[in-house]
Write a protein that binds this ligand. Structure first.
Ligand code: MN
Length: 501
């Protein structure tokens, strides 16, 4: 449901009229090559559109206004090929409502040592053209990403691709609708927040719906559609014998299918890209949605349990950023710790999971489809997919409302295989060691006020979330291998003191 090729970024090349027609036609030729090179680069997730070389305030304002008005355009890639006196850019950049990346590159990779003359110097002066543009952006306090390097360098392509993915998520959020089915889990603090402030910052709108609004859709699912969906479950997962046709709990699987069909129809009608539910508000549903939520997340919907709409929106943003990448992305919860004593030869780890709702995109192998009782909610036992995430690098990212601003907290992780089979555990899970270790990472996360409902991703890196936070104007605190607690606490204090967000 998410195709990033629907989106485009515009390459806008800055110069000035001082150089004359011939030089500007050379600039345009170079810009054509750069646009084509970026468009064809490995991993470029969106289309790259070349725009004319701009040399006047009028042309700059026009292209920025056009970018605002083009729904497919998710951001501007600006390159100062030559010197582009930056006061020309003020009106345009003031008008620009889309993310901005400053590609600080130069057409020629190498200095031709034996032949370099002033003509070469004058057509390859990004080194100071980019600094003039950089000053103006800093003077305007513009959120943006600066990427430095040759335009054919794969590292530059990677950095730009990351930014494009974040810009796509930003674009998606501008019109995203999140359905909050039921309220949040009573008395929980971190799942609360200012929905107006969230819309002002991130763009998405969150509205509440009674569970009865969903139940109407669930009840209208046809028996034939339910049977078809059960057959799809049997093709896709290892379905437990008691859930198969003739099995003792077959009706529970059919009920899960009924809920999935209802949820899909409800979300399509919205149309919503994310949703929440809560086990305290299930009137009219026979079981807490487990399998249906897992499968909807797998299709790109954002989800937050217990009414956690910030988690739903965050997971949706991550789904957009991760579209087409290897590795899965899921709503998850820091569930339980393994805290071996020093010298035991094992690292402290965290087992991440939830009552039911973990996305099978992070499954290392074919999930099993099972049914087990659930101690809370007072409903029938829910059907769920059970699996384990594969080893490898990952991140957890959560958005919290600090009252005066939103804060994104990110933790870099190493997912590891559980040392033993978890035969009795009836839920999907991932076992991870946070970097640099659990003690430092959990301490920092708790000082930062990070929630217990992060978005977990084995497809995305710290840079994706950093870029997304930057373009959304959100505070960003990352915890990783080089985190030192004293410094981290000071960053929190400084950000509190400066009021920069
Ligand atoms: Mn939870």
């Amino acid at each position: 449901m998410i195709d990033l090729k629907d989106f485009e970024v515009w390459l806008v090349t800055g110069s000035q009229d001082l150089y004359g027609e011939q030089a500007l036609s050379e600039v345009l030729d170079h810009a054509k090559s750069v646009a084509a090179g970026l468009a064809e680069s490995d991993g470029m997730p969106v289309r790259v559109i070349l725009k004319p070389v701009v040399t006047t305030p009028e042309a700059i304002l026009r292209v920025c206004q056009a970018a605002n008005n083009e729904p497919a355009c998710i951001g501007l890639v600006t390159w100062m090929h030559t010197f582009s006196p930056a006061k020309m850019w003020i009106a345009g950049l003031q008008a620009l409502g889309k993310p901005l990346v400053h590609l600080h590159t130069q057409f020629n990779r190498d200095i031709p040592w034996a032949t370099i003359d002033m003509d070469f110097m004058n057509t390859n002066q990004s080194a100071h053209g980019g600094r003039e543009f950089g000053f103006l952006c800093s003077r305007m306090r513009l959120p943006r990403k600066v990427i430095v390097g040759h335009w054919q360098d794969p590292r530059v392509h990677r950095e730009l691709a990351v930014w494009c993915r974040a810009a796509a998520a930003r674009r998606d959020a501008q019109t995203a609708k999140i359905a909050r089915i039921g309220d949040n889990m009573r008395d929980v603090s971190v799942t609360e927040g200012d929905k107006v402030a969230a819309q002002l910052k991130m763009g998405y709108t969150v509205n509440g719906y009674g569970v009865g609004d969903l139940v109407e859709y669930v009840e209208s699912a046809s028996a034939q559609a339910i049977d078809q969906l059960c057959a799809e479950y049997e093709d896709t997962y290892d379905v437990a014998g008691e859930l198969l046709a003739g099995g003792a709990r077959r009706e529970s699987l059919r009920e899960a299918a009924r809920i999935e069909l209802g949820l899909r129809a409800f979300l399509t009608a919205g149309p919503f890209v994310g949703f929440t539910d809560t086990f305290e508000n299930l009137h009219g549903l026979k079981q807490l949605p487990g399998l249906p939520v897992q499968r909807l997340m797998n299709d790109g919907y954002g989800f937050g349990a217990e009414g956690d709409w910030k988690a739903a929106a965050m997971t949706r943003a991550a789904k957009v950023m991760a579209s087409g990448l290897e590795g899965g992305t899921s709503f998850i919860e820091d569930y339980t710790y393994h805290l071996p004593p020093a010298g035991a030869g094992q690292d402290a780890t965290c087992l991440g999971s939830h009552m039911l709702e973990v996305c099978p995109s992070i499954a290392a192998a074919k999930p099993s489809c099972e049914i087990h009782p659930l101690g809370i909610g007072g409903k029938d036992p829910p059907v769920r997919l059970v699996f384990c995430a594969p080893p490898g690098p990952a991140v957890n990212a959560a958005l919290v409302d600090m009252g005066d601003r939103f804060r994104m907290v990110l933790s870099e992780l190493e997912v590891i295989a559980p040392p033993e089979e978890l035969e009795k555990l009836p839920v999907a899970r991932a076992l991870w060691k946070p970097l640099p270790d659990l003690q430092v990472a959990a301490t920092a996360w708790i000082y930062a006020g990070g929630s217990h409902h992060p978005t977990f991703s084995q497809a995305l890196t710290v840079e994706h979330f950093e870029d997304y936070a930057e373009m959304s104007g959100i505070e960003f605190l990352a915890i990783g291998a080089d985190t030192r607690l004293r410094d981290f606490k000071n960053i929190i204090r400084w950000n509190d003191a400066t009021g920069a967000y």
